[in-house]
Design a protein around this ligand. Sequence first.
Ligand SMILES: [Zn+2]
Length: 165
Amino acid sequence: MIQKNVNSKKLKENINSLLKSYIYKNRNIECCPSCGGKKYIKHGSYKGIQRYKCKDCRKTFSNTTNSLWSYSKKDINIWIEFVELMIQKKSLRFCAKKLKISITTAFYWRHKILHGLKLDSVPKELEGNVHINKTIVIENFKGCRNILTTRRSNIWIVAAKGDED
Ligand SMILES: [Zn+2]
């Protein structure tokens, strides 16, 4: 029989940090997030995540700095579920209700994810056979308080993929 003396909160925390270090293991750091300097040295690790120290501004940072999860105090599992729901194009209201988070948090997270995806997924150049496609959406001012124009521009969304995937 399994004894129920395991500290389940501690176990959950460990799973979270394991997930986190796994997710960030292969994330490349290109420069210091504070000053943009390219010279930095390894500076120990915290909960399995490598830390670095900038040789220019002396600040420390890690693989998770400026990433999707960097400032989240919430359970990483909720994050993952949120990302999955976002990929399924569920509404913010739906996500908030399902994950028991506030609409404000859901709104903030969505922006953070969109921003994080941009940082993580834009390579400097594409190689080999490059496939490119575009879609056009009409500009949308939903959420803006003072809209001074009735004009709506076309926004081009261009996606490209090279041999490096
Ligand atoms: Zn720096």
